[in-house]
Design a protein around this ligand. Structure first.
Ligand SMILES: *Cc1c(COP(=O)(O)O)cnc(C)c1O
Length: 463
């Protein structure tokens, strides 16, 4: 399988190169040149496999150039650190609705499912090539800790994560600063999340520095992250009777990575009744699906579900590419309008195609809290605010049962919002119970490119 850019002007690449490259050279995102197809027998067979073996089986067609046994080894190692045997178990919420618990990884959010495998894949490919990389990233909380846990103790990787000093929650900070691994470096920037992002971008644009340090990224547009997220759609559907039964999914959405993976599963032949994009107040995607195919930037609002407080949903470009009949020039035109005029509108045919695959719903802050309360009252289950947005969307749109709601964070990751709604403060799981006693290690730096680059050069010269 080869990978092609959504903007049609970058060379096509093999899986291993897409893994290490991230963004295509023409500014586009890489997608497979065709969707591998799942037979009904293959879907049914997934129900008999462990999560790790299902992952290796489902990912293999996308990763043709990686040795199949090595891939199985990597998925087993990646999911061995999850503290539930099923890795992504289903829990019944009532009325044919099921919660897919994707938060049993080391940092309590669904990003671990893709990141843990990404760390293994990076190490494997880099070892084969005899190369090292320096991963740099900016985080407002969740992604940074998931990336750190995925890269810790990996031979061929050093990771530097920039976060805004005194502007992330204590749980989030401690998950980044208490990791005792020599290759992990947490940097608190005296500035905002946007400053951190600008610094990372500036490091990538400093080509001499970028080449000297062999900079790389593990952000949400990395194709390998998307592919790892296809797995749990198939395992959940198979557990609930696919291919003989059609399953609906409700997905809390920010950068559209998780929702796009559901679309990919459907394109691969997984029978799906409905796929619901659930947004918080930051509803650019809901406005697109519901409002006539117009994709218009607006201001970012802070909500109880901060990992979805996003305006530009980066992975959406991958769907746009398919809506455009896989024509890179059309996507380039839309993206140019987005950066010049702050928005664009697709045609009626493209919108109809989008709505063939997706429904959408927006959930406001009060409804989110009310849903956390109601789920707890009805079923005794505590859900985090991101998950609650999807639960609410599933209840409002009421697609055909069974409905799988993606549980993207452990309630203890957002204890204040959960306690406000239910009066119950969720406890951290055992493997993080001593988080508040662990020793922290981080460096505070001023918000300047020179300071950050000097710090990285200094540490790397001693390594
Ligand atoms: C990242 C994140 C999301 C949004 O996922 P996308 O793939 O970016 O749409 C939802 N919930 C939680 C808890 C997250 O960390």
């Amino acid at each position: 399988m080869r990978y092609i850019s959504t903007r049609g002007q970058a060379p096509d690449l093999a899986f291993e190169d897409v893994l290490l490259t991230g963004l295509a050279r023409d500014g586009g995102l890489y997608v497979p040149d065709a969707w591998p197809q799942l037979t009904p027998q293959a879907i049914a067979a997934v129900a008999e496999l462990s999560f790790a073996d299902a992952a290796a089986t489902l990912i293999a067609p996308f990763a043709g150039d990686i040795d199949r046994d090595a891939l199985s080894e990597m998925t087993r190692r990646a999911y061995a650190r999850f503290d539930h045997q099923a890795v992504a178990p289903l829990r019944e919420l009532g009325d044919g609705h099921w919660l897919l618990e994707l938060f049993h990884g080391p940092t309590l959010a669904f990003k671990d499912i893709a990141m843990q495998l990404l760390g293994q894949l990076f190490d494997h490919v880099l070892a084969q090539r005899g190369e090292r990389v320096t991963i740099v990233g900016a985080t407002s909380g969740d992604t940074g800790s998931a990336a750190i846990e995925a890269c810790r103790d990996r031979e061929a990787i050093d990771i530097f994560v920039l976060y805004p000093h005194n502007r992330v929650s204590e749980v989030q900070r401690r998950q980044m600063t208490t990791v005792a691994a020599d290759n992990v470096h947490a940097i608190a920037i005296e500035g905002t999340f946007d400053d951190c992002q600008a610094l990372v971008k500036a490091m990538f644009n400093d080509h001499a520095f970028r080449d000297r340090q062999r900079l790389s990224a593990v952000n949400s547009i990395n194709w390998a992250r998307v592919v790892a997220q296809i797995v749990y759609y198939v395992t959940a559907a198979a557990a609930l009777g696919a291919p003989d039964r059609q399953v609906s999914f409700a997905v809390p959405t920010g950068n559209f990575g998780c929702a796009y993976a559901g679309y990919a599963a459907a394109r691969m032949g997984l029978p799906m009744a409905r796929l619901i994009v659930a947004t918080n107040r930051n509803d650019i995607l809901h406005r697109f699906f519901d409002g006539g195919g117009s994709y218009q930037l607006g201001p970012v609002h802070a909500t109880q579900s901060p990992s979805m407080d996003i305006q530009v949903a980066s992975n959406f470009e991958r769907l746009l590419f398919d809506l455009a009949g896989r024509d890179g020039a059309t996507v380039r035109g839309w993206m140019a309008e987005l950066s010049e005029a702050g928005g664009f509108r697709v045609g009626n045919a493209e919108l109809a195609e989008a709505r063939r695959w997706f429904d959408s719903h927006r959930v406001d802050e009060d409804s989110t809290s009310e849903t956390i309360r109601a789920v707890h009252a009805d079923s005794g289950v505590l859900v985090d605010p991101h998950t609650a947005v999807a639960v609410r969307a599933a209840r409002e749109l009421a697609p055909a049962a069974p409905v799988v709601v993606l549980g993207t964070a452990h309630p203890a990751k957002f204890p204040d919002a959960v306690e406000r709604a239910t009066g119950v403060r969720p406890a951290l799981p055992a493997h993080l119970a001593d988080l508040y006693q662990r020793e922290e290690r981080f460096t505070v730096l001023p918000n300047t490119l020179a300071a950050v680059e000097a710090h990285i050069e200094d540490i790397q010269s001693k390594a």
